[in-house]
Design a protein around this ligand. Sequence first.
Ligand SMILES: NC(=O)c1ccc[n+]([C@@H]2O[C@H](COP(=O)([O-])OP(=O)(O)OC[C@H]3O[C@@H](n4cnc5c(N)ncnc54)[C@H](O)[C@@H]3O)[C@@H](O)[C@H]2O)c1
Ligand SMILES: [Fe+2]
Length: 417
Amino acid sequence: VIITTALVKLRSRRRLMSSFGLSTLRAPGTIRFGEGSVVTVGPTVRALAGDGKVLVCTDPYLAGAAQGAAVESSLREAGLEVEILAGAEPELPLPAVERAIATAREVDPVALVGLGGGSCIDLAKLVALGLVHEGPIDRYYGENAVPGPCAPLVAVPTTGGTGSEVTPVAVVTDPAQSLKVGVSSPWLIPRAAICDPELSLGAPRKVTAYAGIDALAHAIEAYTALPRPSWDDIGQRVAVGSGALTDAFALRAIGEISTSFLDALEDRGSGRAGMLAGSLLAGLAFGTAGVAAAHALQYPVGARTKTPHGLGVGLLLPFVMRFNKPAAGERLAQTGEALGVGSDADAAVARVRELGLEAGLPPSLREIGVNLEDLPPMAAEAIKIARLIDNNPRPVGLADAESLLEACWYGDLELLT
Ligand SMILES: NC(=O)c1ccc[n+]([C@@H]2O[C@H](COP(=O)([O-])OP(=O)(O)OC[C@H]3O[C@@H](n4cnc5c(N)ncnc54)[C@H](O)[C@@H]3O)[C@@H](O)[C@H]2O)c1
Ligand SMILES: [Fe+2]
């Protein structure tokens, strides 16, 4: 009775809180950003896991580069033993993950460091999972299938970027599945993220372009994601839709990315640092809010054309924004403000299209080898990805997905108006 009375009293104050609405944020316990922060990797790991052996999950290039050396020396200076597992491959094939878990079980580390782009950090997340929970990994596909904490992981990104250093997701290419698959659970969020812009110097132009436009898509799709009106609707979802806590990160991310993207591509000024900051902020937004239709439609595009995730997402994004305008016009206008083109949804769409083309993205699906007759089966596959489609502000039916893909196939935004 006492509790019920207290609740009634609290509810009578609800109006005071309504402008903030319902909001959730999940994030690593520690996030550091700034030049030279790589020296804190060793002390951070030690504080988390104590003495012992640390396994650094990375790829063959970074293992032999300055990034690998900087992380290793920080760990050794903190008095930790270090083993390097250079097992990550682009788009992360499942057999590479299984091999890495087998090696990690032999090493038996007290903690992991994930060093690199999304492929390396995602590998480290799945190794952290596989060290504690029994395989095979496909048991954990989908949302909330991981039963509890994984091995302690510190993520150190070198691309600006996927945001994987702060998100609850790892993406894998499983040869047994036609589309890429994700393991999505709050237990996958790294315990700490250390973001040193110096480590992102030298990323190849295409990697910078695709990861950068993907980061912009994370921020915009998180900001326009369907807000859920009650805790019952939010339930146990990993991606809960937009809310005030994630909006703050998303808007700042859009601003940071729009001023830094082209500079990062040319390795000018503070472009790289701005992109690492922007992709981190975007990760904080979409790691809780989730992404939506541009990401769902990329899955069948990526599967058919073997093009990178960011290329497809970046190509689809302005088309999805245009499609979403009737349901999310105001949010898209605010996106325009954050992009620096004024409070106007159409200007936001045009700017995103322009940024993609300036970064060298193909102008249409036709250019990357998609056949017109493939569009209906692709639309059918995309709308089945419920966790992404349900998060889109405007409902996407089969016919909608087909028209979206068709407009993108011709590379003509006007087909959607
Ligand atoms: N977990 C998530 O939340 C999430 C989000 C988006 C994408 N992803 C996944 O991330 C992967 C893509 O990650 P990515 O775009 O960061 O690239 P990546 O990890 O695939 O790396 C691409 C290439 O760039 C090189 N590279 C990385 N940093 C470098 C640097 N500073 N200097 C020189 N070379 C460097 C790598 O060695 C590699 O050859 C995909 O598998 C995608 O599905 C995950
Ligand atoms: Fe993405």
